[in-house]
Design a protein around this ligand. Sequence first.
Ligand SMILES: C[S@@+](CC[C@H](N)C(=O)[O-])C[C@H]1O[C@@H](n2cnc3c(N)ncnc32)[C@H](O)[C@@H]1O
Length: 397
Amino acid sequence: MNGFPALLDLTGRPVLVVGGGPVAARRARSLADAGADVLVVAPEISTEISALGVRTRPRPFEAADLDGVWLAMACTDDGAANSAVSAAAEQRRIFCVRADAATEGTARTSAIARHDGLTVAVNGGDDPLRAVALRDAIAAALDTGDLPSRRARRGPGGHVALVGGGPGDPELITVRGRRLVAEADVVVVDRLAPRALLEGLPADVEVIDCGKSAHRQNLTQAEINAVLADRALAGKRVVRLKGGDPFVFGRGGEEWRACVAAGVPVSVVPGLTSAIAAPAAAGIPLTHRGLAADFTVVSGHLDPGRPADEGIDWPGLAAHGGTLVLLMAMERLDLIAKELIEHGKAPDTPAAVVHSATLPEQQVVRARLDEIAAAARRAQIGAPAVVVVGAVVDVLG
Ligand SMILES: C[S@@+](CC[C@H](N)C(=O)[O-])C[C@H]1O[C@@H](n2cnc3c(N)ncnc32)[C@H](O)[C@@H]1O
């Protein structure tokens, strides 16, 4: 059939569903969801249908059931009964969908996906499974942002989403994060965010790059805070795309506060932190029955020689039996290892450096704690890297 696709406004309009089983229940539910005034006619009405709260007549179909109806659905498991419904509907010029034999009806239903105000309806010729397969693929691609569904701007209100991009592999961002990136007007991106996602952005999306090298930020934190607020106040959908999780050594809290102070709506999308992803990518479980029941994540950014540094309790960490995970520690790895050993950590405690985890250039170096810094130097690996210290490092071989 070379049909004509149309979206019916059924709000408040009487529609008829003939049948009392699961197919009739599905159709009755979607018609009710569309606001139709649904009447279900069948000798036996299932509890599923009764629970919908639609009108029911527990008896066989009569032609008069079609009086005043805009659309009919023949959904019994009896071909002859469905035929009778569709013939009676045809006589009254009422469109009728047949659940048992689509080609025999005068209308067909579509496989439907709804996404952020969009309705996608797919018809698969005479093969409903084709339509369902295509509908599912489209729905998944809309969810991930692989298919653009950029919403036209509604009103002046902008907002900021602090999106955790995961450790670097573009497949390790959340579905929501990916979708927000695809819908953004402005993306303010960190060096360690999954930058591969930027390649697919439309040309009119403003990309503001905050970091070019390991040690240099293009913009100060105050400038980043200002640009987020500025663009959102101009009505833009702003995504602050960060590496890992925004709230794990990501200064997401400061950006959140800056948005609130500027009166800008802000939300956070959690990300897979490198503290967990990097060890996993190197085959290191952070906890393992009998070896480590907990793990501690610490910034190695500050000099461990200074006792007041960010309240990091190096003697306590050295004494603790759990796994230690260090971020931003490469510059001071010698000092940190020395400090841990001086406070009682065994020099032969297994340790690993995971560089550029989840990216094609990922490298892993394993050594004893007292040799790990030298081993990393020999391998010429530095930041970005996550350091893991503890017996779990070698547990999977
Ligand atoms: C400023 S912190 C940001 C952490 C981030 N918010 C997170 O949750 O992963 C930067 C540090 O994260 C670590 N890091 C981030 N991505 C990494 C990766 N792909 N491989 C290894 N380490 C990474 C490194 O220790 C790096 O110096």
